[in-house]
Write a protein that binds this ligand. Sequence first.
Ligand code: AMP
Length: 219
Amino acid sequence: MNLILLGAPGSGKGTQAKVLAQKFKLAHISTGDLFREEIAKKTALGEKVGGYVTSGKLVPDGVVTEVLTAKLATLKDGFLLDGFPRTLDQAMALDQFLHKGGKKIAAVVYLNLSEDEVVKRLGARRNCSSCGELYNMVSKPPRSAQMCDKCGGRLVQREDDKEATIKKRMMVFRDLTEPLVSYYKTNEHFIEVDAAQAPEQVTETIGTELGSVGAPPAA
Ligand code: AMP
């Protein structure tokens, strides 16, 4: 099974992607994580995309699509896309790639969240600099203010979660990514979920809906 997870930054895509990928045994492909790894390792690709990622702009379609399709070509089993596609051109490039390989998207899951809530959530988001565990200082605070509950690593705020960049990312989402909702509503099995619910409830709703579009049972 192949899934696409759509939603504004801060709608819970990363959290849901991790849980769903584990439940349904899918490879979790996050283009944002791929880019952040390349930036941290200071590779040529990292240098190329660094400015876009830290300022909240989208990396050009050609670059993202090349990275993404190269990654997908290495996979044998199902995958879950988190953060891709983000523009209509990317969606069409993905369609073409899947069509060539005789693959299909089983469902597109859209995590719907109001803009006010997005801004609140992103400002409170932290992640562990060591193991990557995600926290939210309001809805999922760590036991100790700056330390990861799991590994004791230092908690940090993503450069692009700072206030000015959040506004930029929301604008980008509204202009470029939201049109994908209409695109997929008419093309694929489309599952819309109220992302303001508790994360466990969101996961449960998605699981139930996936069952009704014929997904294999969760592990
Ligand atoms: P994310 O972790 O998904 O919020 O992505 C972080 C940043 O990586 C975005 O703000 C963009 O700069 C870049 N990025 C990730 N995925 C894409 C994509 N599909 N298209 C263009 N830029 C992307």
